[in-house]
Design a protein around this ligand. Structure first.
Ligand code: PAF
Length: 305
């Protein structure tokens, strides 16, 4: 496995791999790798001949300096995870290498990056889109693996790829959870045991919301209320938002029956940590429906992959 620190070397390594006829896969990360990242890496290794993992804590996507400082970093352990998984290249640049000067060019994805995390973390998705665009520009034609845990991030990246005709196939991988439902996140290590226990309320809220949708509740605000009341029962967690949305553009439809795919989103603060989670929710078929998919209310079609 090669460790590459320089942007030019990273681009050359992947272009050489393609020249040899290798199909390239990349897994963009901020390090502190856990089993969730490992599932993305394993899938990339199973599907592609040459796999690169990027490890870069991107300052552009952090709103406050404290959060950036607190973000866990563990390069040695991360390299061991990548080597064991059979990764070919790790790209771990310094901040000065990625941003020799504050970028005058940034990427901003209108619409899908504005609600939810966009409200709670202004500027966050501009930072994500900018660094992912840089990684894609260096990587060239490839498949890029992202976790569904960051559902809005996935939607932002997909929209950017479509709008800018970037030759990258975005592959979405399912969220990995602890046995008690807590979604794996690099930030979980910052939780005390008590906060860690309280954090499971996000998954309990999503489960309750999912049951409401499956039981026929088609009013998004009613489903959101169900989720909010579950989170509200946990005094250690401060709710940021709970929502039932159209998965294609993350908008709130008038009725959940109007959309092809319903997704539930929740975010909250547990001690020093902000956690997000999501799940799909499947509405029961309409009485008399023939099994055809309902038409979407509008928005960007969810791409395959
Ligand atoms: O999901 C992450 O770890 C980051 O947001 C990403 C995509 C690596 C960009 O810094």
């Amino acid at each position: 496995m090669d460790l590459v620190r320089n942007t030019g070397d990273f681009a050359r390594t992947l272009s050489n791999a393609r020249r040899r006829g290798d199909d390239v896969g990349i897994v963009p990360t901020m390090g502190a790798l856990h089993a969730g990242h490992r599932s993305l890496i394993d899938r990339a290794v199973a599907e592609r001949a040459h796999v690169a993992v990027s490890i870069f804590v991107n300052p552009l996507q952090f709103g406050d300096a404290g959060d950036l400082d607190r973000y866990p970093r563990s390069l040695e352990a991360d390299l061991a995870v990548c080597a064991e998984a059979g990764v070919d290249t790790v790209f771990a640049p310094t901040v000065a290498e990625m941003y020799p000067a504050a970028p005058a060019t940034t990427v901003s994805v209108q619409g899908v990056s504005e609600p939810w995390e966009g409200v709670s973390r202004p500027g966050h998705f501009d930072g994500v889109a900018t660094v992912v665009a840089k990684l894609f520009a260096m990587a060239g034609e490839c498949a890029a693996y992202f976790g569904e845990k960051d559902f809005q991030q996935l939607a932002v990246v997909r929209r950017m790829v479509a709008d800018l005709s970037i030759p990258v196939r975005v592959v979405a991988c399912p969220t990995v959870r602890e046995p008690d439902g807590l979604a794996l996140s690099s930030r979980n290590v910052l939780l005390s045991p008590e906060q860690r226990r309280a954090a499971t309320v996000l998954w309990r809220a999503l489960s309750a919301g999912g049951e409401a949708v499956e039981g026929g509740e088609d009013r998004p605000e009613a489903v959101a209320r169900v989720m909010a009341s579950v989170v509200g029962s946990e005094p250690l967690v401060r709710l940021h938002y709970a929502a039932a949305v159209d998965a294609s553009d993350l908008s709130v439809p008038r009725s959940l029956r109007d959309v092809g795919s319903v997704h539930l989103l929740v975010a909250g603060e547990v001690g020093p940590v902000r956690l997000i989670d999501n799940r799909e929710a499947v509405a029961p078929p309409l009485a008399g429906a023939t099994g055809e998919r309902r038409t979407r209310a509008g928005g960007v079609p969810a791409p395959a992959g």
